[in-house]
Design a protein. Structure first.
Lengths: 214, 214
DNA sequence: CCGGTGGTGAGCCGATCGACTCACCACTGC
DNA sequence: GCAGTGGTGAGTCGATCGGCTCACCACCGG
């Protein structure tokens, strides 16, 4: 068996693959799909064109691998806390804002949105790795709180979308359309807290007393 | 004076220009910027390539004109109603949802988001014609209601963003990322109404009685 | 020392692109 | 019928692209 040999060569190949993906990621995110040529990717990654073609059969496959890898950076979600709705939604909201605020996120969304019609398989990856986990997180959390009697939510899907929309519509979507849009960390925290407040004001069961505004 | 002659020829030129823009719009929105060739635009619009170049000095200029024209379809906003916050926000919300739900909107946003980094001037057009009018509409409305004592809103920008975000995060943004996402007209109306309810629950001054949930 | 795997560099291919030019034609209003 | 404006069709140009091939080399483990 030439297993050891195979292992070594596989390691080399893996390193080259990583170099290619890193260069491809940078170039794709900066220039877009069509403006990024395979020659430039090979040049930037310090790899020959032939190697690039051995690793990725086509430009589309390379792009697909790039996006998949970039999405996978989003780690697994932790179990959401329970009991206090303000604390619970706050935790989820801050995680969500942190995810959306990462450096490459805007450019990644930009190119994914642009090329998604031509990469149908890619849509599923985004669907399962992107916003969905947070949507499910909020959804599940609200369901649990609803059954616990802390909140009263008839339409959980809509409530979850409302909560996340109040955050993303301020800290993320404008970055795609308004050049120079930037939100300070303090403002982000404020936005999340206000989203929690509004959600609580709408859905929290007024137990101990009336919902005060301070 | 050859004014009449000029007028006639200008009319012809204007017609050709409209044909070119129509074809360019369809192709750009369908294929994206790079995949759309000037030859195809000329062919589809039934105009010679030479004419196309006389009308638009470059592909970038044509794209810019296309986006500007497509944005201008959004008419001027009417003055927002006053007095009842549910009715007022409802009106604005429904208008907003209607605008976002138009046929070409998703593809237009897709290509604008994709190419915006390379068309800085275009960003201003989107800024002044796109979401901004509605943001200002909500902002101004909330300010008026605040001063009228109907609502208590300390951070008007944030409240307006929350309101619009609750709507757009359900009826629009998913169309860019989730293939096959579709929302029925009834559901859209429901989403808007729920956004109004949530906003009212958070900001409405509880005058006559406690905010009931039914 | 040798077999095998993987990388390398160079080159070729057909196709397409944006940009530009130019001679010629159609049509109008005077 | 004449001048002028605008459209037309064809052609050219240099550049780039994705995809593919092939002979050759580097390096490992046995």
């Amino acid at each position: 068996m030439s297993r050891a040999v195979t292992t070594y060569h596989q390691r080399i190949a893996q390193e080259k693959r990583a170099l290619i993906l890193a260069a491809a990621t940078a170039l794709f995110l900066e220039l877009g799909y069509d403006r990024t040529s395979l020659a430039r990717i090979a040049e930037r990654s310090g790899v020959s064109r032939a190697t690039l073609f051995k690793q990725f059969p086509s430009k589309a496959a390379l792009f697909d691998a790039m996006v998949t890898e970039a999405w996978s950076i989003a780690e697994e979600e932790d179990p959401p806390p329970t009991g206090d709705i303000v604390a619970g939604l706050g935790t989820i909201g801050h995680r969500y804002a942190e995810l959306l605020g990462r450096a490459r996120m805007t450019d990644l969304f930009r190119i994914v949105i642009a090329e998604l019609p031509r990469f149908p398989e890619l849509a599923n990856a985004q669907f399962s790795h992107g916003k969905m986990p947070y949507f499910e997180s909020v959804r599940g959390y609200l369901l649990a709180e609803h059954e616990a009697g802390t909140v009263r939510v008839d339409d959980v899907d809509l409530a979850a979308t409302q909560f996340l929309g109040m955050i993303s519509n301020y800290v993320f979507w404008p970055t795609l359309l308004v050049p120079g849009w930037e939100v300070s960390a303090e403002r982000v925290a404020q936005v999340v807290e206000e989203a929690v407040r509004t959600t609580a004001a709408r859905y929290a069961v007024t137990g101990p007393g009336p919902s005060t505004n301070d």
